[in-house]
Design a protein around this ligand. Sequence first.
Ligand SMILES: [Fe+2]
Length: 289
Amino acid sequence: MPIVGAAILPHGFPVIPHLSEDAEGALKTRNAMEKAGEALRKLHPEVVIIATPHGFRVQDHIALSYAARGAGTLFWQGKSLEMNIPLEGPFAARLAEAGKAKGLPLALVGFAGNRWDQSSLPLDWGVITPAWFLGHNRHLPGRGHVLAPVPEGPEGPPVLVVTPSRTLPWETLIDFGRLLAREAAADPRPMVFVASCDWAHTHREDGPYGYHPKGPEVDGKVAKAVAEHRLEDLLDLSPRDLEEAAVDGFWQVLVLMGILREVPMEGELLSYEAPSYYGMMVARYWPKT
Ligand SMILES: [Fe+2]
């Protein structure tokens, strides 16, 4: 079935209500996350594909989770959140096979048990933050690490984690998005795609990356391109722009661009703000009828 929906979601984890009451000033983003999450959940996805710049990374490759479980713990100002969720295995294997035939550098990643269905991978904010809004809003004390026993009770849809390497040519990541869309269409299950992205990290002098004028400038271009539904305008950004703005969302959006070339969708920018040193944007996409 063709991909049924997509989103660009941030991963600044204080937006998760369990970790911070006031989202550290990002309540507009939290509200938009809730709205986008609800829209995607209503599509009843049976697989959620999350592309993240964090987590396990394989240089010069697009890393795909190949494990049955993912688990991790986030800490924020005395609070913690433990997540333990199902991951998707068979679709990852089919993608890797199809990628090999196309000459795309895909790497299946596992940990601990040697079989995919005995394997469990660590998760961080890049996956936990969007997953919380996509049917995985359970804090599971004692289960937030890869070797924890599998929790009981109803669970949200399995997640496929995709981590693109920034060393790859941009066109390779777009080609991967096209392959992802085609392979999803050949699978009977409805799937959604999420680009887990924060934008410029140089909005504030007192932030860890300092201030750079390219930060607000690049984020303005990204928000405009998304709002006007001209995502491919972002291909005009240069590697230097991305570096000076310290963007981490661009490579996941290249994958989304590839998907949109195969599955034309309508889009809506729900929010953009930079309440601290980095920019967060929420946008949702649904197939054109
Ligand atoms: Fe990030």
